[in-house]
Design a protein. Structure first.
Length: 235
């Protein structure tokens, strides 16, 4: 069955253009013109991906994304009319997986959609092939404990509240401890962007992680910056 994409934008022309191009690419498309309608459609239709504009009537895209992230793990691609870093950072904070600044090329949007959905398929295929999630695994680094089976992380015996992407990023870093990982590799694996995304996204999430797992985030001893390359986890 074709994958289902929910397009949320209050501009009729752009909404119809997106739907037309996505349908031509083989996707099943549903649309919404405001925030409340977007939530209603997401809950009723269970889309595989949500393309969400920030500026919406009734409820802005940030709030829609925040609510969606509490209720489901559906990837969200946010659209912003401004090339504003604040918009991008806030979008990431509320749980968006990727973003595009208007105006954008349809080719770029389709490439990002394809990459994001491919990552979702790979996860589902892994679960289907096993019949369940991978067997219980616990990764321990001194007082940092990662329980992959329970999807939980604790530090000094206290649970850490991590956003979904923070959790995935930390797991990826720890599973490759001692190895230098480039920003591009991290983007490709954790976000599934295949070198399309902005590498500053990685830096933002690394900063958030350090605030939670480092004794002194300004002088990290676990997540080390390799200047000009990327990051290395020391365990």
């Amino acid at each position: 069955m074709p994958e289902k994409i929910l397009v949320v934008d209050d501009e009729p022309t752009l909404r119809e253009t997106l739907a037309y191009n996505l349908e031509n690419a083989g996707y099943d498309v549903i649309t919404a013109a405001d925030g409340p309608a977007a939530l209603e459609s997401a809950r009723a239709d269970s889309p595989d991906l949500v393309i969400l504009d920030i500026m919406l009537p009734g409820m802005d895209g940030f709030e829609v994304c925040r609510i969606l992230r509490k209720e489901m793990t559906t990837p969200v691609l946010m659209l912003t009319a401004r090339d504003d870093e604040i918009d991008r950072v806030v979008g990431l904070e509320v749980g968006a997986d990727d973003y595009l600044t208007k105006p954008f090329s349809m080719r770029e949007l389709l490439a990002r959609v394809k990459a994001m959905l491919r990552r979702v398929r790979l996860i589902r295929e892994e679960i289907d092939s096993e019949g369940t999630l991978p067997s219980k695994k616990i990764i321990t680094f001194d007082d940092l404990v990662i329980n992959l089976d329970r999807h939980e992380i604790s530090l000094s015996g206290q649970p850490l509240a991590l956003k979904p992407k923070e959790y995935e990023l930390l797991v990826f870093l720890t599973q490759h401890r001692g190895h230098v990982l480039s920003r591009e590799k991290i983007l490709e694996t954790v976000w599934g962007w295949e070198y399309i995304g902005d590498s500053r996204t990685v830096d933002v999430h690394i900063r958030w992680l350090r605030e939670k797992v480092e004794v002194d985030p300004a002088s990290p001893t676990r997540i080390i910056t390799i200047r000009g390359v990327g990051y290395r986890f020391e365990g």
